[in-house]
Write a protein that binds this ligand. Sequence first.
Ligand code: F6R
Length: 486
Amino acid sequence: MIIVKAKDYNELSKKAATIILNEVMLDPSITLGLATGSTPLGLYKELINAHKNMNVDFSKITTFNLDEYYPIKKINNQSYDYFMQENLFKDINIKKENIHILNGETKDPEEECEDYEEKLMDNGIDIQILGIGANGHIAFNEPGSSFDSKTRIVKLDEQTIKDNSRFFEKEEDVPKKALSMGLSSIMSAKKIILLATGKNKAEAVKKMVEGPITPNCPASLLQKHPEVIVIVSEDAEHLLEESAIPSKLGGYRIITEENLPRNKKVVIISPHPDDSAIGPGATMVMLSKKNKVHTFVMTTGHRSYIPNTTKEERANIREDEVLAESAILKSEPHLLRLGYYDDEKELDNDLKILEQKLKKINPDIVMIPQIKDEHITHIRARELTLKALKNLKMKVELWNYESPWGLFNKGAYNAIVSVPSNDFFSKLQSIEAHKSQVERTNYTDVAESLAKLRGALIPEQELYGFGNKSHSIKPRLEIFYIEQSE
Ligand code: F6R
């Protein structure tokens, strides 16, 4: 569940509209699940504006409405059919045949609901818009509704009748029943956007987000849906606990100074002398405060260009730079000088050297270049490490790291390290320690740009949702794919 806070109702409506309009423009034949009530009115106005002023095309969208009073005539100005025509459909270019609303005039409500559910399941909903009742209902699934419920006829709760009487002349005029999509019908939507505004919703919002998952608060079931965005205005969210950065968000492990691993033995596999600093350098600084960190420098990196030097001199220069790096990152360096760098026939021997080293340290965490890293020296270093771990039957947490030679695609990482600025500064210094290399290529800029790019985009795209800036995640991030070794 992603919570997006809005200052007021106007901002809430605009944020919801931004998400929906983006999706409609990306996929003009999208299916939207729509709600009625006072909450989505502002959103519908925004959609109408976008149609009128920005030519957003709704001619290919399909819609399914959540519910309808029963019995009620479509021409009754309190019917949800009437509401939708008046507040949205008449002002956008949606096709009549693409609109689905439960028929409150039907003689056979059971059959109507069954047909509706079937159409719904055949078609599927891409984005479902929801409001929430003060009693925690969604659609007309009142407290006590079964989590398995499908579209059906329901009795309205006393509180709902009271709440909705504001739209009718008198309370007795509010129909006592409704036809409503069920909780399981709603949960089948790919994405759900729930809007909540007004202080009378604050209690329900708190129960939905923080409370136990229980039929007493039907909206709490949404905690189980993989893609729910709750957009909530200040008056409805003030009861929510102000949480520190959670250690898990949107399926990602969020690693901060507070929840970093402690008292572990960590080995960083650095194929070249500078890969550790350029790749997971900042995370190494953070880890080294509470853990024992070792850097395995796999090769001398003597093939790099350093003018007017012999192979031996280059190896020495680069290994001296490793010592300078390690002093900054507070890591213990191990210069393995593996032979595969010059001759792949050495790989078997290299494996033995690596196995011995790993056995001696017996690490809990091993960091390796991620699987998509295409640099051959990195590929071999990764393969050797995985093989050695397997041969030793050593179970470790593998942290696949990102480097300029292997950037993660969206969805390929599952952990995000939020780096404090002083630790990031140490990373930059440790890269600068590889003087012979940064003279040729500005890896300091490369590492800083990458960490800033991740810091700018990941919270927006992956963690908090559109338009909701996080203040707690640091602006520089390193990212990993963490898994258990085989
Ligand atoms: C409307 C619906 C209801 C409302 C809820 C909040 O189609 O299914 O669940 O979303 O009752 O109503 P308002 O927005 O009027 O406070």
